[in-house]
Write a protein that binds this ligand. Structure first.
Ligand code: PLP
Length: 318
């Protein structure tokens, strides 16, 4: 018998990109769909994207398609044209929404993943599919409650990305075992998440997120009063991190709203000195950081106010 929870949250929907099916080929996620010799499975050789759809509309779709194409270029993977992805995404979203009980998906959010592997060993064609599923409850909770974070050494210096392009640091590859191991390590220490640092002491990124920090500065307004300069800062994009689509979009919206923008280099003490720090990503969105290595960041009131302000800006992003 199907439980009410299972009835209201449909299984993952899979849509393979297949030249024989213009809108993508629906496949049953409860049945095996990949060959055991697919190099995504045997080597983690491939790229992916995770994006949020709200009310059936994928957010920042062009930015995700651009990054997917960029990741594929770095891995020399020849992927289908953007139009095929767009059609398969539409199919996957409408199939998922068609299955679910209206109102049963919280905030009508769903996770859309775009996946590419190098394909079956010996074949020239990549394996590509789109999958839609319900977001996990932890991300939504962490948007509200914030996260405690530990700093972990990633073991590379911040210039290795330029020096060693074969490390693929700027690509969103399927090789996330290290990122997941870092999260398990953090949880074993009683923390929720991680900020990686480089061997030369720079702040890099989270295992699945970009680091953002805010600095408020009060100055003379030249007319006898004071004004507050609000600055939003993120690590340098060329320091071997993944360029975040959420950070990029939020920076654009924040600039239009009068924030000043800055790009690292950042060191851990910049995080401790910040008025607020967030981990930002497409599915969880802004997760305020409460503590780093046990030290409180800003104050609860400041974190709440600034998070509300940035959430409102983020909500304006297409
Ligand atoms: N950095 C890493 C390593 C990530 O895996 C992610 C997202 O998954 C991000 C940053 C944030 O990227 P986006 O904002 O595009 O989701």
């Amino acid at each position: 018998m199907t439980s009410p929870a299972a009835a209201s949250s449909p299984a993952t929907v899979l849509v393979f990109l297949d030249p024989a099916f213009q809108d993508g080929r629906l496949a049953d996620a409860s049945k095996p769909q990949l060959m055991a010799t697919d190099q995504g499975a045997t080597r983690g050789d491939g790229v992916f994207e995770s994006l949020l759809a709200v009310g059936g509309q994928p957010r920042k779709l062009q930015a995700h398609l651009n990054r997917l194409a960029g990741s594929a270029r770095l891995l020399e993977l020849d992927i289908p044209a953007e139009e095929s992805w767009r059609r398969a995404i539409t199919t996957a979203i409408s199939e998922y929404r068609g299955q679910h009980v209206p109102g049963s998906v919280e905030n009508d959010e769903l996770v859309v993943k775009l996946l590419v592997t190098r394909g079956v060993e010996g074949s020239a064609a990549p394996t590509c599919w789109v999958q839609t599923s319900a977001p996990g409850p932890a991300g939504r909770r962490q948007r509200e409650t914030g996260v405690d974070v530990i700093l972990l050494d990633r073991g590379y210096d911040s210039e290795v990305g330029e020096r060693a392009p074969w490390l693929l640091l700027g690509a969103k590859t399927l090789s996330y075992a290290v990122n997941m191991a870092a999260l398990r390590y953090a949880r074993a220490q009683g923390a929720d998440d991680v900020i990686f640092t480089s061997a030369d002491g720079r702040v890099l990124e989270g295992p699945t997120s970009t680091v953002l920090l805010a600095h408020l500065e009060t100055t003379d307004d030249g007319a006898g009063g004071v004004r507050t300069i609000r600055r939003l800062i993120t690590p340098q994009l060329d320091s071997g991190i993944l360029p975040g689509t959420s950070q990029g979009a939020l920076f654009t919206a924040a600039k239009a709203a009068g924030w000043e923008l800055g790009y690292g280099p950042l060191e851990p003490r910049d995080l401790y000195d910040a008025d607020a720090v967030w981990l930002i990503s497409s599915i969880r969105l802004l997760a305020p950081v409460n503590h780093i290595d046990g030290k409180e960041i800003g104050t609860p009131e400041l974190r709440r106010q600034l998070t509300a302000e940035l959430n409102a800006l983020y909500a304006t992003i297409e």
